[in-house]
Design a protein around this ligand. Structure first.
Ligand code: 5AD
Length: 443
């Protein structure tokens, strides 16, 4: 199964390029790669993963060309069905959101507080329409390998917090690379997230070696390893990692201090900013529904995510876990998370928004609803079966017993039904209508 669509470089300079996907253009970052105009490449997260021979690319594109046209048609129809032409946005926030210029704090807050079912449907419809207009039908699908559930932190919401007496595991570097190799070669993934608790037994050099070996599989190496030192992240960048996921969890300083003892919001934000400054493709975001959180907090969380200028937005519901201090806390409803996704799409039109497993766990039908409410990115768990249930940041995780191969098939089927294609979503700042000449014309 082909899991990523090759594109062709149509323009480039020292730091950026433009890749064409059968008529749709996306911006990519250039980190000194040799790929030239005319070369065919696989791109993930706006980063060139590898160049492929023309014959191979043309063969892959033969399969995709007609399919992309069909899928784009299905996506268009879906958008129109949700928002028939001529529909007048019922609320001023939606009218402003439709223009794609972003929203103010109060406007975001009003959308999140919306309770009228018709207006909520209108919010989803506008968000889906904006996603379609700015990003086309592209949907990034990354694999995730949870390589250790050991964590020395004491975050009060998290099921793998240090003090929890749960079965712990660590995958060896060879196991991690073998899992990555299976995901890349057998399942066709072009981007792999390496996730763990904050486990210092993998030191900087051990991690660097893992990154180097996984990078050799021609995938985007995406780190999700928590608050490691700047030096560690720098070494891992040098080893070939190009993306990093680090949520700030909540923008509310007192909630942060209460739920994440031993760390400060300031420290966390400084590291997130540093990751961006180092050139990592940045994914960040927050938990929705931490005990004590208000609608205002969620609106501020969206604004804080926007201010960090990430390439990918990642937020999911907080799910209370039995063996943590937050057991018995109320669980948020899926609709609040869907509204958060839709409001984020309108507030930050260029964003790539991830559908999280936590949302699917909360409500299995929410994955599809999220994709129809502005989201355009997904992850599939490819951790070996015997470790998957142990990575219990929360309980009863969706798809924990689904084989990666079946999860991939299911995801591709779902995406096709919605008219979405696993083409790259591209770097954040550029809209796909912009022509390659306009984009690099200022050089
Ligand atoms: N519910 C939902 N998400 C959680 N995370 C940690 N604990 C929980 C929970 N109980 C999220 C955090 C972290 C990510 C890896 O998992 O946001 O950044």
């Amino acid at each position: 199964m082909c899991y990523a669509v090759p594109g062709r470089i149509v323009a480039r300079d020292e730091t950026a390029g433009v890749v064409d996907y059968c008529g749709e253009e996306r911006r990519v970052r250039i980190y000194g790669e040799e790929a030239q105009v005319g070369d065919y490449v696989y791109v993930q997260g706006g980063v060139i993963v590898n160049t492929l021979p023309e014959a191979e690319a043309i063969e892959a594109l033969e399969t995709w060309k007609e399919m992309l046209k069909t899928l784009r048609g299905i996506d268009r129809q879906t958008v129109l069905r949700m928002l028939p032409p001529g529909t007048k946005a019922s609320r001023p926030e939606l009218r402003r959101g439709r223009q794609g210029d972003g929203l103010t704090h109060d406007e975001i807050r009003n959308l999140l507080a919306e309770e009228d079912p018709a207006d909520i449907e209108a919010l989803y419809g506008e968000a889906n329409q904006l996603r379609h207009r700015l990003h086309g039908n592209a949907c990034c699908v990354h694999g995730i390998i949870e390589f250790s559930n050991v964590c020395h932190r004491k975050c009060r919401y998290c099921g793998i917090r240090g003090p929890a007496s749960i079965s712990r595991y660590r995958m060896s570097p060879d196991e991690i690379v073998a899992t990555a190799s299976h995901a890349a070669r057998e399942l066709g993934f072009k981007a792999l997230v390496l996730q763990s608790g904050e486990d210092y037994s993998y030191d900087r050099l051990v991690l660097a070696e893992i990154v180097r070996r996984v990078r050799q599989l021609n995938v985007l190496v995406f780190l999700s390893i928590g608050m490691r030192s700047k030096q560690t992240y720098e070494t891992l960048f040098e080893a070939g990692a190009r993306a990093a996921l680090l949520r700030f969890e909540t923008s509310n300083e007192s909630l942060f201090a209460r739920h994440r003892p031993g760390t400060t919001l300031e420290e966390r934000l400084a590291l997130i900013r540093h990751l961006k400054g180092m050139g990592y493709v940045l994914a960040t975001g927050f938990l929705v529904g931490l005990p004590g959180e208000t609608v205002d907090d969620i609106a501020l969380n969206i604004a804080m995510t926007r201010s960090l200028q990430p390439d990918m937005y990642s937020f999911g519901p907080f799910l209370p876990v039995m063996h943590t201090p937050l057991r018995g806390s109320p669980t948020i409803d899926a609709q609040t998370v869907l509204k958060t996704i839709a409001a984020t799409r309108l507030a930050c039109p260029e964003s790539n928004i991830l559908v999280t497993t936590a949302l699917e766990t909360l409500d299995p039908s929410a994955r599809e609803q999220a994709l129809l409410a502005g989201a355009n990115s997904m992850m599939i768990n490819v951790t070996p079966k015997h470790f998957r249930p142990l990575y219990s940041i929360y309980e009863n995780r969706a798809c924990v017993d689904v084989e990666p191969k079946d999860a991939v098939e299911r995801t591709v089927t779902d995406l096709k039904r919605l008219g979405r294609a696993p083409t790259d979503v591209g770097a954040t700042e550029v809209r796909n209508q912009t022509s390659s000449l306009d984009m690099l014309g200022s050089q």
